[in-house]
Design a protein around this ligand. Structure first.
Ligand code: S3P
Length: 430
């Protein structure tokens, strides 16, 4: 169902934001919890649509998962060889993480399975995982020679690999590492820059032998994974919408609680600080192997900067809302090396260039990024989410400082990663 919403400019913003659970870690808590022996108790689980796709997939493979309270799960792990053949096609919905990580996991099973997804996911590239998995002996078929889902996977005995990934992609890295759990011997993945390392940290937390080294990581096959309790930190990708909201709205001051600050995820903090954003970290601590802090954000005068290189994968999901910050900064911001944005839930370079332009911003899309000339204010207008949660929420943040109302088409997609987003945005308006 398409739900349109009209948002009015904000006078200012005040209050506290409890950051919802990390989407990437929530996916992995189910996957690794299912492969561990014993009951894993998870708190802070994100009940967004993407994570529910992963949850239902594991239930379909015979894993009992109980929700004790909102965000509190118990996963009854059955060990590395405990999954059962699903009796139907597995629907990954909009979730690239579910489809790509599960491809690696399913490749090493003893059974047959099929993965599909929604109209957006069925357009996204899958060869990036199918190619290294095939080199391990995996038997995977998909449309266009394995590029597009649905993917049909006949599990088989895998052999270890040393793979040099052309992409800094945690989904590719994790798919190979998950397959590597089922191969006898050591599987290594190298990547051009470090992508998010949650799989490595969590596999270690559950008892696997995982050895990161500069430029890559090695996992030993056939580990015994043991259930562990987990407290999932808040998702920095969700927090960044409110960091940008606080920075661009005159007079704003917000306290964001429980933000995960894993260095392989915290590029947006570095970028916003380099733009002149005032962000204060409080109460820095560690939670289930992940660094966490609270963040105070205050309205700041932002300036344009150059963004490219190794920081890009560490901020990859934040570029839609970072482009909103850049549209309101003094001077020009150039984003390079971010061609991966073109194959996310939608083409996020094209989508943000077109939607921000409708609000009066000066944005030129380039092959691998954007050139954004900052303006004092944006204007009201009618924009579209393109069915992409992060585009919808980025448009909502832009509307806070538009001169008139902004109507956003098709906003139900925010359920993918941020249930409660609209209510929260309403609550902090002062
Ligand atoms: C994710 C990895 C990233 C990110 C996605 C979640 C993950 O994708 O964009 O939202 O959980 O591993 P890539 O690995 O394709 O860059």
């Amino acid at each position: 169902m398409s739900i349109d919403r009209t948002l009015h400019p904000a006078h200012t913003l005040r209050g506290e934001v409890i950051t919802p659970g990390d989407k990437s870690i929530s996916h992995r808590s189910i996957m690794f919890g299912a492969l561990a022996e014993g009951t894993t108790r998870v708190s802070g689980f994100l009940t967004g649509e993407d994570n529910l796709s992963t949850l239902r997939a594991f239930q379909a493979m015979g894993i009992a998962i109980h929700q004790r309270a909102p965000g509190e799960l118990e996963i009854e792990g059955r060990g590395l060889d405990g999954l059962q053949e699903p009796s139907d096609v597995i629907d990954c919905g909009n979730s690239g993480t579910t489809m790509r990580l599960m491809s690696g996991l399913l490749a090493g099973q003893t059974f047959f399975s099929v993965l599909t997804g929604d109209q957006y996911l069925r357009r996204r590239p899958m060869k990036r995982v199918v190619t290294p998995l095939a080199a391990m002996g995996a038997r995977i078929w998909g449309r266009r020679g394995g590029e597009l889902a649905p993917l049909a996977i006949q599990g088989t005995q895998l052999t270890p690999i040393s793979y040099v990934s052309p992409l800094a992609s945690a989904q590719v890295k994790s798919a190979v590492l998950l397959a590597g759990l089922y191969a006898e011997g050591e599987t290594t993945v190298r990547e051009p820059h470090l992508s998010r390392d949650h799989s490595e940290r969590m596999l270690t937390w559950f008892g696997a032998d995982v050895r990161p080294f500069p430029g890559g990581v090695t996992v030993a096959g056939r580990p015994r994974l043991v259930a562990r309790d987990m407290l999932i930190p808040g998702d920095i990708s969700s927090a960044t919408f409110f960091l940008v909201a606080g920075l661009i709205t005159p007079g704003a001051e917000l306290l964001l609680r429980n933000v995960g600050l894993n260095p392989s995820r915290s590029g947006a903090i570095e970028i916003l600080r380099a733009m002149g954003g005032e962000l204060e970290l409080l109460n820095e601590r560690e939670q289930s192997g992940e660094p966490v802090a609270d963040i105070v954000v205050r309205h700041s005068r932002l300036k344009g900067i150059e963004i490219g290189g190794e920081v890009v994968p560490r901020a990859i999901d934040e570029f839609p809302v970072l482009s909103v910050a850049a549209a309101l900064a003094e001077g020009t911001t150039t984003i390079r090396d971010a061609e991966e944005l073109r194959v996310k839930e939608t083409d996020r370079i094209a989508a943000m260039a077109s939607e921000l332009s409708k609000l009066g911003a000066a944005v030129e899309p380039t092959a691998d990024g954007m050139i954004i000339h900052g303006r004092e204010r944006l204007q009201g207008g009618v924009v579209s989410s393109h069915g992409d949660h992060r585009i919808a929420m980025s448009c909502a943040i832009a509307s806070l400082v538009a001169a008139g109302p902004v109507t956003i088409g098709d906003t139900a997609c925010t359920e993918t990663s941020f249930p409660g987003f609209w209510e929260l945005l309403e609550r902090i308006r002062a």
